[in-house]
Design a protein around this ligand. Structure first.
Ligand SMILES: NC(=O)CC[C@H](N)C(=O)O
Length: 375
């Protein structure tokens, strides 16, 4: 049994340290320190494959209150490389709860830290930017003087090619719910479980394909549309999905991308991508759909963004493209759409797991594109 008073230290690569208690597994872990402002949805966050190699700091002070259930995970395991909370629940309570979050993190070997000033840590990351971090407890604390050097040896997120580490190896099918209306090939770059579900709810049979899928694999399922998922890592490394997407655009097959998928569309069109200072992570980010003028409150988890002109459509190898959505906090590109071909994408999470459902209309837009192609 773990001693709940076990000390732990969080060490940032710029040398700032925070002392707290071990939470989850005891040991050491490394990753990119990022913060999420979601007040709820910790199970979905932990199991979102896009968080692979990231140490997530929760700004909400009480985490674990509703325990861990078997329904909410977005994938088969926890992907965050470390977890930072201020004040973990002592007694989780919910009718669906099966075990405590502390026990679940331990069972999955995820090293965390609790009892630190997460507000001070978040302000530090906001001012200095996302950076590498290590969390150490138990025997890993033996040589405290060596910890900072270890953190500085850990890999950077910039330049990391990670989709292949999280995506399915085998193709699988998520059946349509009710009458089947469409077939979609979904390229798994780190897909969340709710995404094919949102499509299935609209009568779409989703063929989830590995990140290494070729155009031949995609067209072998005879798709009405092609989807590119969210995923971890630096989009500048995603050369294979970019080439695949170009092949799909070439054929004018209806195309929809989410998050990493939006960055890949940006690159396929010839735009650059860049690393944001500290990214957008949470479930209350205001985004404007410039095609309707409406503002929606949305779920985000991204550290990179597309560099595209906001003011006027751009000429691309696939016709004109425009920035369809922007973040109202900082004017970051949050969506792209082609004007001459049936293709669009958003940088955020319309599947809303967790998060508000304001952006669910985007799945309906995808359906409309597929309907339009049939007409
Ligand atoms: N959720 C995602 O797909 C994230 C995309 C990319 N890894 C980023 O951090 O920006």
């Amino acid at each position: 049994m773990k001693n709940p008073q076990n000390p732990a230290i969080l060490v940032l690569e710029d040398g700032r340290t925070f002392r707290g208690r071990a939470y989850g597994a005891v040991g050491e872990t490394f990753g990119e320190a990022v913060f999420s402002t979601g007040m709820t949805g910790y199970q979905e966050t932990l199991t979102d494959p896009s968080y692979h190699r990231q140490v997530v700091v929760m700004t909400a002070p009480h985490i674990g209150n509703t325990g861990v259930n078997d329904e909410d995970p977005e994938s088969k395991r926890i992907w965050v490389s470390g977890y930072v909370v201020r004040d973990p629940a002592r007694t989780p309570s919910n009718w669906r709860s099966r075990r405590s979050l502390d026990d679940e993190l331990s069972a999955q070997g995820v090293v965390g830290i609790s009892g630190i000033d997460t507000r001070a840590l978040t302000r530090h990351l906001r001012e200095r930017g996302a950076m590498r971090v290590g969390i150490f407890s138990g025997a890993a604390l033996a040589d405290e003087a060596a910890l900072l050097a270890k953190v500085r040896e850990a890999p950077q997120m910039k330049g990391a090619d990670l989709s292949g580490e999280v995506a399915t190896e085998e193709a699988y099918v998520v059946p349509a719910i009710g009458t089947k209306r469409f077939t979609v090939a979904a390229i798994d770059l780190g897909i969340k479980g709710m995404t094919p579900h949102r499509m299935a709810e609209r009568g779409i049979e989703v063929h989830v394909l590995p990140a290494t899928a070729t155009a031949e694999d995609v067209y072998a399922v005879n798709p009405d549309g092609v989807f590119f998922s969210n995923g971890p890592g630096d989009p500048a490394t995603a050369d294979h999905p970019v080439a695949l997407m170009r092949a799909v655009l070439e054929r004018s097959t209806p195309l929809f991308g989410i998050c990493f998928g939006n960055q890949i569309l940006g690159r396929a069109l010839g735009f650059g991508t860049f690393k944001l200072k500290y990214g957008h992570r949470g479930i209350n980010q205001p985004v404007q759909d410039r095609t309707t003028g409406k503002v929606e409150v949305t779920a985000h988890n991204h550290g990179f963004a597309v560099d595209a002109p906001l003011d006027a459509p751009s000429d691309t190898p696939f016709g004109r493209a425009e920035v369809s959505h922007v973040c109202l906090n900082d004017n970051v590109v949050e969506g792209l759409r082609l004007l001459d071909r049936p293709a669009f994408s958003v940088q955020y999470h319309p599947e809303a797991a967790a998060g508000p459902h304001d952006a669910a209309y985007l799945f309906d837009r995808f359906v409309s594109l597929m309907e339009g192609q049939r007409a």
